[in-house]
Design a protein around this ligand. Structure first.
Ligand code: FES
Ligand SMILES: [Fe+2]
Length: 307
């Protein structure tokens, strides 16, 4: 069965060829533009258009045009648009760009632990950059999550405690260390360009890794996906997945209230704990938007100035 998806503003159709490999084509027939996802997969593993029955192989090559006597050379000019796919850790990765397929820089933990994770995802009415920024943001926890895992932090945030957010560059991303000046331990986030944030925390002394992906559906919608790696040896049947995934609904309400993509670095007010967000915005405007990031003014807090 072909499956229609929307990814980064493109309508795609996914199907399995005869070898079981997953193919991704533009969901638009090169003949008269019908949606190929309304068609069927033939016994030979080609995708047949629902309109005039043209057939396409997994690389987009046109393999049959009914009612016309065309030779191979003529058919070779009738290809559908094909996108490269790769299956890593049980997930299908599709490259929708037009340049050469770049190396994927996935967090190693995801590649190593592919057989024992839990995946939850849903579509948000938000730009993907807002979701990434939220995943990198520590100071929202006591407020957005005051009725779940941020309850204790909410009480602390009512005092004059100061959050210390330290950012360190790592290849293709950054590590963010968050802690309170009154408390020795904290929580760490890794950002992997462009859209993955790994939340690293301990549960009963064992490491749990929550991989958050903000996958652009289009300019207004994002598929927010959580891939959670319980620690090795954790009893999967007693793993309370809801405990980890439910608070994301709290984020969603706030993120959907933000309008459009993240603004450039000078377009909003910033404080020291916004450093991860500012780094992300600088990268987004320089690399993705190909614009120069603007110089930013950060309002320093008194404690930091007096250090
Ligand atoms: S529109 Fe697809 S075969 Fe004609
Ligand atoms: Fe959150």
């Amino acid at each position: 069965m072909p499956v229609a998806i929307e990814l980064a503003g493109e309508s795609l159709v996914l199907f399995r060829d005869r070898t079981g490999a997953i193919a991704a084509l533009l969901d638009r027939c090169p003949h008269r533009g019908a949606a190929l996802s309304l068609g069927t997969v033939t016994e030979s593993g080609c995708l047949e258009c629902p309109y005039h029955g043209w057939q396409f192989a997994s690389d987009g090559a046109c393999t049959r045009v009914p009612l016309n006597a065309l030779n191979d050379n003529q058919r070779s000019q009738l290809s559908a648009v094909c996108f490269p796919t790769k299956i890593i850790a049980g997930l299908v990765w599709v490259f929708t760009g037009t340049e050469d397929v770049p190396e994927l820089h996935l967090p190693l933990s995801l590649l190593e632990d592919s057989d024992r994770y839990v995946i939850v995802h849903e579509a948000w009415n938000a730009h993907w950059t807002r979701a990434v920024e939220n995943s990198l943001d520590y100071p929202h926890v006591p407020f957005v999550h005051q009725n779940s895992f941020g309850r204790e932090l909410n009480a602390v945030a009512q005092t004059d405690v100061i959050a210390q957010v330290n950012v360190k560059a790592i290849p293709n991303g950054m590590t963010v260390r968050n802690r309170l000046n009154t408390f020795p331990s904290g929580i760490e986030f890794d950002w992997h360009q462009p859209n993955c944030v790994v939340i690293k925390f301990d549960l009963v002394g064992m490491p749990v890794r929550s991989h958050l992906f903000a996958i652009p559906i289009n300019a207004r919608q994002t598929r927010f996906m959580q891939v959670i790696l319980p620690y090795l040896g954790m009893d999967q049947t007693s793993f309370d997945i809801v405990q980890f995934t439910a608070p994301v609904a709290e984020d969603r309400i706030v993120i959907e209230s933000q309008i459009g993509e993240v603004p450039n670095t000078t377009d909003e007010c910033n404080v020291p704990t916004d450093e991860p967000s500012l780094r992300f915005r600088r990268w987004y405007y320089r690399v993705v938007k190909r614009q120069l990031p603007s110089e930013v003014t950060v309002i320093e807090d008194v404690a930091r100035l007096s250090r």
